[in-house]
Design a binder for this molecule. Structure first.
Ligand code: COA
Length: 428
């Protein structure tokens, strides 16, 4: 499409150019709208607003397509791994041997936290949510490496590797702290995901048995979460980056945005929901009736998506992986049975069908994490570790865009018009 859009406002016609993406998505460029007409666009929740042009991830929600840098998610899930995919997202191409080796070495070199950071962990109360610790500690990490703030462009590969590597160390340390356990330092001989499991579950003097099937399952969860276009947390990262804040500050803000139950926090909310259904002895039908009752604000967590209106391709891969992990571990989980039952009922129910609500990535991922032994309040942290390459890639794109401006949306003001100050004595 090369057409132009016409907007009629108060008898005046404004011609607006269109922008066409490489997958033929069409955007109407309203850059000059306010200048020419005085009006702005209003799009609460941004369902119709493109905030940027990006070459990182493509989603077609109607067809259930997700591609990182042009590669289909299912192919990457089958043939790649988290670290190779992270390189692809950040640098745009799959790495060759040398590039992957260099990237892995940088991750290993940067895996240790500055020893001074250990003391910050001590000051969090035992009730601290690991997402709060994660966000605070990512920001704190930049204080120990002033280059992150002052020489950020020229040292980008180091900062990116430091962030990716240390987020995993911070996450594991926060878990150990919450459990009142001694921290376990990373081991250079281990690869990224195995190293994380080692830091989470080993004990001093006794290494955790690293089961290849669990390493693979968690690595896959990281890979499937690695990027997802302009979602709430990625948009937050880009917005913070647009003010030229450093990479760590931007990622720390992303963690906060991700924490909410409508976003990354949904994986924890799904498990809590399944546990509740299980404890109540419900097979799911009572719960679904409550969800459909519009006088309650209950939602079927792990269902629905702003963009996917057909299916979430990540959910299909995760569901398959879920069955595989449980059978490899010779385990069964009643929560998986409830989840399957809920899905089965919902996919035939007009409430969900008419609203195009399908299982999303969070619906089954929690069951895998539970099988691995990851505690419930760490689920969203797993999402954050996985999403780090996507945030880094988006940060890089903002920084490298010569036309990037500070993000500054407008508003339609609906408050009082001008009024005079009333002195306290006259206020009644
Ligand atoms: C993901 C989500 C936030 C998308 O929200 P959205 O695009 O703003 O969609 P809306 O909230 O406008 O929902 C549209 C309709 O579907 C309903 N709906 C959406 N998700 C629902 C869910 N999970 N359970 C029940 N109803 C749901 C809404 O109540 C609304 O119904 P209405 O038209 O009768 O008012 C939403 O689907 C949700 O809350 N899902 C559960 C949380 C979750 O799993 N998040 C992880 C996303 S990866």
């Amino acid at each position: 499409m090369t057409g132009k859009a016409e907007l009629k406002l108060d008898g005046k016609t404004l011609t607006l150019p269109t922008v066409v993406g490489s997958e033929n998505e069409v955007g109407i460029d309203v850059t000059n709208l306010r200048k020419e007409t005085g009006a702005i666009t209003l799009d609460p929740g941004y369902g119709n607003t493109g905030s940027c042009e990006s070459a990182i991830t493509f989603i077609d929600g109607e067809k259930g397509i997700l591609r990182y840098r042009g590669y289909d998610i299912a192919e990457l899930a089958e043939k790649s791994n988290f670290i190779e995919t992270a390189y692809l997202l950040i640098y745009g191409e799959l790495p060759d041997h040398v590039q992957l080796e260099e990237f892995s070495s940088l991750l290993t070199e940067n895996q240790m936290l500055h020893e001074g950071m250990r003391f910050h962990f001590e000051s969090f109360p035992p009730t601290a949510h690991p997402m709060a610790i994660l966000s605070a500690m990512i920001n704190a990490a930049s204080s120990y490496h002033p280059n992150i703030i002052h020489k950020r462009e020229e040292r980008f590969p180091y900062h990116a590797a430091r962030l990716m590597s240390q987020v995993r160390t911070i996450a594991a340390f926060s878990h150990r702290k919450a459990q009142g356990l001694p921290v376990i330092y990373p081991k250079s001989s281990l690869k990224y995901t195995a190293n994380f499991l080692h830091m989470m579950f080993s004990h001093p003097g006794e290494d955790y048995e690293l089961k290849p099937e669990l390493i693979r399952a968690l690595d896959l969860i990281f890979l499937l979460h690695a990027d997802h276009e302009q979602n709430c947390s990625t948009s937050t990262v880009r917005m913070v980056a647009s003010s030229r804040a450093n990479l760590f500050a931007s990622a720390s803000a992303g963690v906060c945005a991700l924490w909410g139950p409508l976003h990354g926090g949904a994986n924890q909310a799904v498990l809590e929901m399944l546990e509740q259904i299980h404890d109540e002895g419900d097979d799911g039908s009572k719960f679904l009736a409550a969800v459909k009752d519009k006088t309650t604000d209950r939602r079927l967590m792990g269902f629905g998506h702003r963009v996917y209106k057909n299916f979430d391709p990540r959910a299909l891969i995760i569901k398959e992986q879920c069955d595989k992990v449980l059978s490899q571990l010779h385990k069964s989980d009643p929560l998986l049975d409830i989840a399957k039952k809920l899905e089965q009922i919902a996919l035939k129910d007009d409430y969900f069908v008419s609203r195009k609500l399908y299982p999303n990535v969070d619906f089954y991922s929690g069951i895998i994490m539970r099988a691995i032994g990851i505690p419930l309040d760490m689920f969203t942290v797993m999402f954050a570790i996985g999403r780090m390459p996507g945030w880094i890639a988006n940060y890089k794109e903002v920084m490298e865009d010569p036309n990037s401006r500070i993000s500054r949306p407008r508003q339609i003001y609906t408050g009082s018009t001008l009024r005079n100050y009333t002195p306290m004595e006259a206020r009644g």
